[in-house]
Design a protein around this ligand. Structure first.
Ligand code: PMP
Length: 394
């Protein structure tokens, strides 16, 4: 009989010719367990998803309660579904008053698609600006915004009218003009290997978008939901976006995404044509219940209170002459080595020793560290010890 691994390779479409192929059968908190009973520390939260840890009991409870009530009952936007309403209210409570209308979808890419359609409709423009080395998703629109030629090259034609500028460079903001419908930018760049910009930059971005009537769309799919130590990464800067986009960590392990804006802006989807943006499963009640519980956990357990201390602990512990630099914003961290060839065996060894990390799409000499926010200081020490052991062993 073929093994699960053989069937995985045979029947599941592959995204690379070297998948990690770990076979997890359970996960709890920061830990995952494979089919052989081996325990792993998940130092990347399933890539930016398990911000409240795997299977947080409040999230699991909310899922079970909702499953006992109803699953899908109607496409998004027609019925008053309690989990969606409560979630939307809770989300807007985390945001400035102007951001009071939530559109629920299923994933990050989908949320980006909705946000750029919104900007086109609201401004009447079609040009969009995003950043070099940005990642916004794999669907055609989101891919068009993504700032990597190698990702896009073989999928053209993509969306026309898209220009890329350098993240964090005030001099490039003049590329935003009255013709620009939206400036789509990650508040902290993820796949570029954790890059952040100055407060001055963000003020200049807001000013330029105001001058040109351009919607400022912040992609917080990876950096939002507490990852950087504030609920939204833009809370680090004195700006308010026109649209914020979320997914990944939002669902506490369930698939869900959203884009949030002002009611007046969002209104454009209701007319000319009516049903201008629709989704069958957007805001699935079970995912919405999980997302609501996730917000509750972040607040009730004060998960953001000691993120800076934990960030510092990582910096202090990961002290090694092979480490060139550590860039971080809260628990979104990139540990840079000389090259991918130096890093890859370290990652393999760490996995061998029971700590899962990886690298970034556009920065393959940096190790991604983005653990569940509720990792304890003892667990950080344990994980860093293994990472250092892995570095020493290669
Ligand atoms: N934007 C950012 C910043 C992301 O990190 C990701 C996912 N890596 C996406 C968009 C796309 O999200 P999804 O994979 O859910 O479509």
């Amino acid at each position: 009989m073929p093994s699960q691994r053989q069937l995985f390779l045979k029947h599941l479409a592959q995204t690379s010719d070297s998948p990690l192929m770990l076979e997890m059968i359970s996960a709890e908190g920061i830990y995952m367990h494979d089919v052989n009973g081996k325990e792993y520390i998940d130092l990347i939260s399933g890539i930016g998803v398990s911000n409240v840890g795997h299977r947080h009991k409040k999230v699991v409870e909310a899922i079970k309660n909702q499953v006992d009530k109803h699953l899908h009952v109607m496409v998004y936007g027609e019925f008053v579904q309690s989990p969606q309403v409560k979630l939307a209210e809770a989300l807007t409570n985390t945001l400035p008053e102007s951001m009071n209308s939530v559109y629920l979808v299923n994933s990050g890419s989908e949320a980006i698609e909705g946000a750029i359609k919104l900007a086109k409709r609201y401004t009447g423009g079609s040009e969009i600006i995003s950043c070099n080395n940005s990642y916004h998703g794999s669907s055609h629109g989101a891919l068009s915004l993504t700032g990597s030629e190698s990702f896009k090259r073989n999928y053209r034609p993509l969306l026309p009218g898209i220009q890329h500028i350098d993240f964090g460079d005030i001099n490039h903001l003049n590329s935003i003009t009255e013709k620009t419908a939206a400036f789509v930018i990650e508040t902290v760049q993820g796949e570029a290997g954790v890059r952040y910009a100055s407060s001055e930059y963000w003020k200049a971005v807001r000013k330029r978008c105001n001058e040109t009537g351009t919607l400022l769309i912040l992609d917080e799919i990876q950096c939002g939901f507490g990852r950087t130590g504030k609920f939204w990464a833009f809370n680090h800067y004195e700006i308010i976006p026109d649209v914020v986009v979320s997914a990944k960590g939002m669902g506490g392990g369930m698939p869900i995404g959203c884009f949030i804006s002002n009611k007046e802006i969002m209104h454009v989807f209701t007319e000319n044509p009516v049903l201008g943006h629709i989704s069958t499963f957007g805001g699935h009640p079970v995912s919405a219940a999980a997302a609501l519980a996730t917000i509750g956990v972040i607040h009730d357990e004060n998960l953001l209170n000691d993120i800076t201390e934990k960030e510092e602990l990582f910096h202090n512990l990961l002290n090694h002459n092979k480490i060139k630099e550590i860039r971080s914003k809260g628990l979104m961290m990139a540990v840079e080595f000389e090259s991918y060839d130096v890093l890859k065996p370290i990652i393999d060894k760490a996995i061998d020793l029971g700590v899962v990390t990886d690298w970034f799409l556009f920065n393959d000499q940096s190790m991604r560290i983005a653990p569940p926010l509720n990792i304890s200081k003892e667990e950080i020490k344990k994980a860093c010890k293994v990472v250092l052991q892995a570095i020493d062993s290669v």
